[in-house]
Design a protein around this ligand. Structure first.
Ligand code: ADP
Ligand code: MG
Length: 260
């Protein structure tokens, strides 16, 4: 298991509300004739920290990309913050502004400074005045502990710093839900901790989070629920303690024996 040290977490500080943030009902998706997601049912409550695990190719990325409509599902329903995802573009814009996403490969704009990366969408999508967008950006750059990098270009930063910029950039749109797709997989080991610590602080602030990650130490410390996917299905889900100590399905056991 990845034993990246992290700052101490107090899960009692993190509360889950009764309110539903994301509801997915019998959702299916195909890529051409390939049935990539099968009968996905998932209700995410506000304040939940869900870790999604599973072998490569099991559909983890596709599932979270469906939640902000980077991919379209073909049947079943996805409701995010009360908005059903349909082909109605207005709904998609609304959902994208509620849901932040952080990718494995940062996806920063290389020709813009850190500050400009953080203010671009607030200024052009939200029509926030530049000064105000810059104040908000500096607030979140302080939160991820790199305000001194604001004037630099992404290429001048380490991978860990770039990923923290990507997180700050997402937060500048004031999302209510954050999706992470293997945010530490492209990082050198010594940089993983700083990104996980940032994610822990977000969890402590009450952010609803879905994280695809192989960092099982993070899952044990922060998640209230671990979901295991295989071949396009949710095979098993449980609290971290029972998931790791008492996996129910043979497929989960096999997966855990390979990564732990
Ligand atoms: P994971 O994130 O769990 O590794 P993905 O969601 O990326 O899995 O992919 C699930 C399956 O769907 C894989 O077999 C992958 O090759 C396939 N797939 C992903 N994206 C596409 C696409 N745009 N077109 C066709 N097949 C895809
Ligand atoms: Mg993936």
């Amino acid at each position: 298991m990845s034993q990246t040290p992290m700052r101490d977490v107090d899960p009692d500080q993190m509360t889950v509300s009764d309110e539903i943030a994301i509801e997915i009902i019998r959702m299916n998706k195909w890529f051409g004739s390939f049935h990539v997601l099968r009968d996905i049912d998932l209700a995410v409550h506000r304040g939940e920290r869900i870790v999604i695990a599973g072998p490569s190719g099991s559909g983890k990325s596709t599932l979270i990309r469906c939640i902000n409509r980077l991919e379209e599902h073909q049947n079943g329903r996805i409701v995010v913050d009360g908005i059903e995802l349909t082909s109605d573009i207005k709904n998609i814009d609304k959902v994208r502004s509620e849901v932040g996403m952080v990718f494995q490969h940062f996806n920063l704009f290389p020709h813009l400074t850190v500050l400009e990366n953080c203010t671009l969408a607030p200024i052009w999508v939200r029509r926030t005045p530049r000064r105000q967008a810059e104040d908000v950006a500096m607030h979140f750059l302080e939160k991820v502990r790199i305000p001194e990098q604001a004037g630099k270009y992404p290429g001048q930063l380490s991978g860990g710093q770039q990923q923290r910029v990507a997180i700050a950039r997402s937060l500048c749109m004031q999302p209510r839900i954050m999706l992470f797709d293997e945010p530490t997989s492209a990082l050198d080991p010594e940089m993983i901790k700083e990104v996980l610590d940032t994610m822990i602080e977000l969890a402590e602030d009450g952010m609803t989070m879905l994280c695809v990650t192989h960092e099982m130490g993070f899952a044990q410390a922060v998640a209230n629920r671990v979901i295991f996917m295989d071949q396009g299905q949710i095979v098993e889900q449980n609290n971290p303690h029972d998931f790791f100590n008492n996996p129910r399905s043979e497929r989960t056991r096999l997966f855990l024996s390979q990564i732990l």
